[in-house]
Each structure stands twice: as C-alpha cells, then as structure tokens.
Design a protein around this ligand. Structure first.
Ligand code: C5P
Length: 244
C-alpha cells in the first residue's frame, strides 16, 4: 500500500525562496510532492526546482499549465525534461494536437498531466461561455471527454475534481493517474474561497484519487504540521476501509 503521505501534494503558493524553503523544511518528510506553480516559477525559475531537489525530500510537480500552439508547447517541454520533475501540467485545451506535442517533447522523461476543467469553474461558468447543454448540465461529461483526449494523446493522467474521478477511473482505467485539487477537509470548510467543486480527503480517496493537491487547509491552519497529519490520517483510514 502506498504510504498516506505519498498521496499528498503541497502547493508552494508563495513568492520567495525563503518562504518556499520554510515549507519544504517543515513538510519535506510529510508529503509526497511539492507543487511549484506559476507564482513561484515566474519569480525564481528553474533554480527553485533544483534547490528543492537538492534537499532530497519530497520531489517536484511542476504545475505550469502550459497552453499554446503545439510547436511552442513541444519546445517548452524539451526544456522542462532536464529539470528533474515528476509531473508537468498542460491544459487539455480544445484539440489533441497540443497534448500530443507535449507528450512527444517529454521524451518519456516526465509524466504529462492534462488539466481538464479547473476546480474553480462552475457549471454556470461553462453555460455562460456557450458550451453545449450536455456539458454544463453534467460537468462530468466535459471532464471525461477532455480526459479521454489526454489519454489518447499519451498523457499519464489528468487533473480533475474529486467528483469526476470515479468516471475517469472506470472509463480510462485504474493506471490513468487522477490528481485531485479542491480538497477540503470537513474541519476547514468554515473558510469559503475560490474553489467550487470540492471534496474531502476521504471522498477523494474513495473516488479513486492517486494524489491530492491540498494547500490552504494546511497553509492557513494554526498548526500546519498537525493539519497535514490529520489529512494523512484521513487518507490512511479511507485507503484501509476501501481495500478489496
Ligand atoms: O488547496 P488550495 O485550494 O489552496 O490549492 C490551490 C492550489 O491548487 C493552487 O496551486 C492551484 O494552482 C491548484 N489547483 C490546480 N488545479 C485546479 C485547482 C487548483 O492545480 N483545478
């Protein structure tokens, strides 16, 4: 069984090396991966990836959410493969060609994840922009179609909400990785934020999540180490009670 901590991806949503390293030191042996997103990467670039890798603790998930013409994404990916990261994200977008170019550029050295529909997006948003009724009345369908496109293009998995994970696992198979952001433990629900399609850590695991991205419930907790421990306990209980 995968250790509970290895399910946890902690996003380093901070803007300095000092702040990032504070979290890396605090949580390096309590989470599976650190996620570097646009905020940190724009400020510090590849140096922050190297610095975190040198600590020898949790590895790096580079969440750049690439979205451009296939040639540009392919060339960006060729630079990323040398950084030594476990995952990199590309938006699923509107055609498979960008995803295929990303996978080709990854040269088998990094796992490419397709971002399906952000967990901050609601059915009302999808409707307002003119999507078909079957997509806004059932977001699962839109996420599943994007995930199938990512799988067919050779992606290792997708980023989706915990609500859509069961459909992804049953349609695309257990080996197709589901990374789930929008994780909100019951004890954190009093804080309302920009996430819309949220689930608890236990529900995410029951629904088939391979990884859980969980930021603010840990970062904003009075005692972050205690918070990450509570998340790991909840994951462990869910995995054990869910074993066949
Ligand atoms: O748990 P919290 O909401 O603080 O997590 C925020 C992090 O999750 C951000 O780094 C954001 O980029 C990431 N995220 C994501 N995909 C989504 C929603 C959030 O990678 N669909």
């Amino acid at each position: 069984m995968k250790p509970a901590k290895d399910y946890i991806i902690f996003p380093l949503d901070v803007s300095s090396m000092e702040a990032a390293m504070k979290w890396v030191e605090l949580l390096g042996d309590r989470v599976g991966l650190f996620k570097i997103g646009l905020e940190l990467f724009i400020r510090l670039g590849p140096a922050v990836v190297r610095t975190i890798n040198e600590t020898g603790g949790a590895g790096v998930f580079l969440d750049l959410k690439l979205h451009d013409i296939p040639n540009t994404v392919n060339r960006a990916m060729r630079g990323i493969v040398d950084l030594g990261v476990k995952f990199v994200t590309v938006h699923c977008g509107d055609s498979p060609r960008m995803l295929e170019a990303a996978v080709e550029g990854s040269q088998g050295k990094v796992d490419v994840l397709g971002v399906t529909v952000l967990t901050s997006v609601s059915p009302g948003d999808i409707k307002a922009i003119g999507y078909r009724q079957d997509y806004y009345s059932d977001m699962n369908r839109l996420v599943l179609d994007k995930a199938a496109m990512a799988r067919d293009a050779g992606c290792a998995g997708v980023v989706c909400s915990g609500l859509e994970a069961p459909g992804i696992k049953s349609r695309l198979g257990p080996k197709f990785t589901a990374v789930i952001p929008g994780i909100r433990p019951l004890w954190s629900l009093h804080r309302k934020d920009d996430q819309e399609r949220v689930v608890t850590p236990a529900a995410a695991v029951r629904n088939g999540a391979d990884y859980l991205v969980i930021g603010r419930p840990i970062r904003d907790a009075d005692q972050p180490v205690q918070a990450v421990k509570m998340v790991a306990d909840e994951i462990r209980d869910a995995v054990q009670s869910h074993r066949p």
